[in-house]
Design a protein around this ligand. Sequence first.
Ligand code: ITT
Ligand code: NA
Length: 183
Amino acid sequence: QKIIFVTGNAGKFNEIREILANFGIEAIQNKGDYPEIQADDLEPIAAASAKAAADDLKIPVLVDDSGLFIKALNGFPGPYSRFVEDHLGNPRVLKLMEGEQNREAYFKTVVAFCRPGEEPLTFSGTVDGKIAYEERGSGGFGFDPIFDYNGKTFGELGTEFKNTISHRRRAVDKFLEYLKSLD
Ligand code: ITT
Ligand code: NA
């Protein structure tokens, strides 16, 4: 079984590829860049991207929209995570958190699956953690070096462990449940 995963983000693709491979599904990357709508949460963003890609490519596709939600910052960067990661980076996020006692945060992934001409389906997953006081570890990508999970950052824990408990894994598990329900 093969599935087209539309993303320009190599970190995401590698994680999804490894997760799906464990379930005997081959992920094929399509780097098509579809305009993203703006919204307060990730579901409508992922859904709109999946529909645009499926209707354009005329094949079923999977997309992933993810973000880091920091409690003390009222959920920022959330749906603006891409912009913050690209234009500010982890050091500036740590700066915003300086002097902040409440370090609680979560990662969220919404994977959206869409067949051409049909409505998209969305599946979400989250994982709770804390914003670290400094970047640690070189594994993973994006915000992983500042996301502390039980004392170690995702950067320190690395992709293999991350894939067993991550927001992305939890979202993909729900998608796999859906696929299974079709058999
Ligand atoms: P697409 O082509 O798939 O849209 P993107 O990089 O635009 O790729 P997102 O908008 O979903 O993807 O990602 C928001 C940001 O959050 C982006 O800068 C990622 O690096 C970061 N991010 C997403 N998932 C992450 C994870 O599991 N760990 C750390 N950072 C993550
Ligand atoms: Na994106």
